[in-house]
Ligand binder design. Structure first.
Ligand code: PEP
Length: 248
């Protein structure tokens, strides 16, 4: 009922040349992919990648956006602007934005509202630190992040994608075991069910954190895992395609 989604978060990587090769390589291999595929380059590469993937099955997403619609906000990019260059998704609340750029729950919620207002799909990232897991508060932290971001949101709520990314597994080579990931995904679904049972069945929940071709199949095989948000391994066409194949 939920179609798997694999999203590549290219972060602040690449040049015009490498981004072209990556986008073209993914499009050339799209016939081998059975899941929804999303690529998220840096904002200055969005327009270019949009043209390269035009007419293909590959979707375009941004890594961040402003909570404001327009005006004197130097350096910001609005959801409408992202839509105009071809984005249909926006990653929000990534742990790098939460920690390195001090983004808090309220700002993330306001960004989420802007994204939904523009008719785009937010990929809401949530996840606990290693310290929080060791203290036994991982579920409480993740629940608070999910509920704070979705508080009072009604419009297009079912389109939201949640990405569970344990902070200790991002870019570290450490991966949650399939059982750990499944347990948290099932928990997130139970949190969504507190809002609405129907919502909890419709929302796609992705796993992120050192997913590689070698571990993707087992992770994606879990019943509440609907695909992945991929960082490092999304920068190599071969690895990204094989991760997409593992998702369906
Ligand atoms: C990410 O940054 O969203 C991520 C999951 O990174 P990596 O796959 O490199 O751990």
């Amino acid at each position: 009922m939920r179609k798997s989604l694999v999203a590549g978060n290219w972060k602040m990587n690449g040049s015009l040349e490498t981004v072209d090769a990556l986008a073209e390589g993914i499009v050339q291999n799209q016939a081998e992919i059975g899941c929804d595929v999303l690529v998220c380059p840096v904002s200055v590469h969005l327009d270019r990648v949009s043209r390269l993937i035009d007419g293909s099955l590959v979707k375009l997403g941004a890594q961040n956006c402003s909570d404001k619609s327009s005006g004197a906000y130097t350096g910001e990019v609005s959801a409408e602007m992202l839509k105009e260059v071809g984005c249909s998704f926006v990653i929000l609340g990534h742990s790098e934005r939460r920690t390195l750029f001090s983004e808090g729950d309220e700002l993330i919620r306001n960004k989420l509202l802007s994204v939904l207002d523009a008719g785009l799909i937010p990929v809401l990232c949530v996840g606990e630190t290693l310290d929080e897991r060791e203290q036994g508060v991982a579920e409480a932290v993740v629940k608070a992040q999910v509920l704070a971001a979705l508080k009072g949101v009604t419009k297009n709520l079912e389109s939201v994608v949640v990405a569970y990314e344990p902070v200790w597994a991002i870019g570290t080579g450490l991966t949650a075991t399939p059982e750990q990931a499944q347990a948290m995904h099932a928990f997130i679904r139970s949190v969504l069910a507190e809002i609405s049972e129907e919502l909890s069945l419709k929302v796609r929940i992705l796993y992120g954190g050192s997913v590689k071709p070698e571990n993707a199949r087992e992770i994606f095989g879990q019943p509440d895992i609907d695909g992945g948000l991929i960082g490092g391994a999304s920068l190599k066409v071969k690895d990204f395609i094989s991760i997409c194949q593992a998702a369906g």
